[in-house]
Design a protein around this ligand. Structure first.
Ligand code: ADP
Ligand code: MG
Length: 338
């Protein structure tokens, strides 16, 4: 188990990581670190790898303090965004790199390289120059290289973000399978929500140098602790609600939630509001086609007075502007904030 105990990393007077605590391993074999650009994700990863000194706190592996243990003795595999392969070595040469350094004998190393080529779906490509690989293939070689010496932990810094969407979706599947097959605990930095949800047992949200929430993905998206976390998770609209006996009542109707009684805010994201015959009445402002159907901007009364909010509802067809429709909340896409 890797434990970060209140670690702080500074660059001059700038605090890039502020008192961050995390655990990787055990229940959270794969932990995703999610957060806006510049919030300190890479710095945190580099500190774990031993590439940045700590200004405070400690990093331990199975209880052993890693202070003073240099990067190459930590036994971690690292993959960065752009792979950073050795251009003068072929595919097999890249994968064998850590094995040679560790003094594996030739035949054991060759066997391990073949195993890794199969694992990352590049069988028969060992002799290929890495400069003649596609971006996705290069990232798979980088992953194989990191995994080859059987690292105790894998550190992945946005390993798929340089790839186009389609390729990335495919590689996320591969990466998930590879991490499960190899059984190596991993800390993966990403800014892609789908990637985090698909790969990770736990997701830590980082904001402005701090870890602001760590939870299982399902829990995180249902119960973001603050409006700021909710907003970062895609809940761009917030409505007031009152929760009683597990049911949240709001201007947009009621929805079952997992939370105690009291006043809360509900976070809404695209698809949270749907057109539904049994819903609350709403006036259509306008409609526009979207990839999932029709996005209908509706105005809903809030409270007893004239106050109203505009929200986007998802429908199958475009109702006439100014007409009255009924809308409801989709419980799978609503967050209870707090
Ligand atoms: P992220 O990976 O979340 O985008 P980084 O960890 O790269 O964020 O950066 C966190 C903060 O630290 C940023 O404000 C960045 O400008 C600063 N920073 C990163 N690396 C250095 C460095 N080598 N020297 C000085 N400041 C740095
Ligand atoms: Mg980064």
């Amino acid at each position: 188990m890797l434990e970060l105990d209140s670690i702080t990393v500074t660059y001059g007077r700038r605090v890039a990581v502020d008192c961050a605590s995390l655990r990787v391993g055990g229940d959270a074999q794969v932990l995703a670190l999610l957060g806006p650009s510049g919030c300190g994700k890479s710095t945190l990863l580099r500190a774990v790898a031993g590439l940045e000194p700590l200004a405070g706190g400690r990093v331990t592996l199975d209880g052993r303090d890693l202070a003073g243990v240099p990067t190459h003795r930590r036994g971690f595999g690292v993959v960065f965004q752009d792979g950073q392969l050795f251009g003068h070595r072929n595919v097999a040469g890249n994968i064998a790199y850590g094995l040679t350094r560790q003094g594996w004998d030739r035949s054991a190393a060759a066997e391990r390289v073949e195993e890794l080529l199969a694992l990352v779906d590049l069988e028969g490509m060992g002799k290929r120059a890495v400069t003649r690989l596609s971006g996705g293939q290069q990232q798979r070689v980088a992953l194989a290289r990191a995994l080859a010496p059987r690292p105790r932990l894998l550190l992945l810094d946005e390993p798929l973000s340089a790839l186009d969407r389609q390729l990335r979706d495919r590689l996320v599947d591969d990466l998930g399978r590879i991490l499960r097959d190899e059984g190596v605990p991993a800390l993966i930095v990403t800014h892609d929500h789908d990637e985090a949800v698909e790969l990770a047992d736990a997701v830590a949200v980082m904001d402005d140098a701090r870890i602001v929430q760590t939870d299982r993905p399902g829990r995180l998206w249902r119960r973001p602790r603050t409006a700021r976390v909710a907003e970062f998770l895609g809940y761009g609209v917030v409505v007031d609600a009152h929760v009683h006996d597990g049911e949240a009542s709001s201007a947009l109707g009621s929805v079952l939630v997992d939370g105690p009684d009291g006043d809360f805010a509900l976070g809404l994201r695209p698809g949270s509001v749907v057109l539904q015959a049994r819903g609350v009445p709403a006036r259509v402002v306008h409609s526009a086609p979207s990839a999932d159907g029709v996005r209908v901007r509706v105005r809903v009364r809030v409270g007893a007075g004239d106050a109203a909010i505009d929200v986007d509802a998802l429908g199958d067809a475009a109702p006439a502007d100014g007409s009255t429709v009924r809308v409801a909340l989709d419980p799978r896409r609503v967050a209870l904030i707090g």
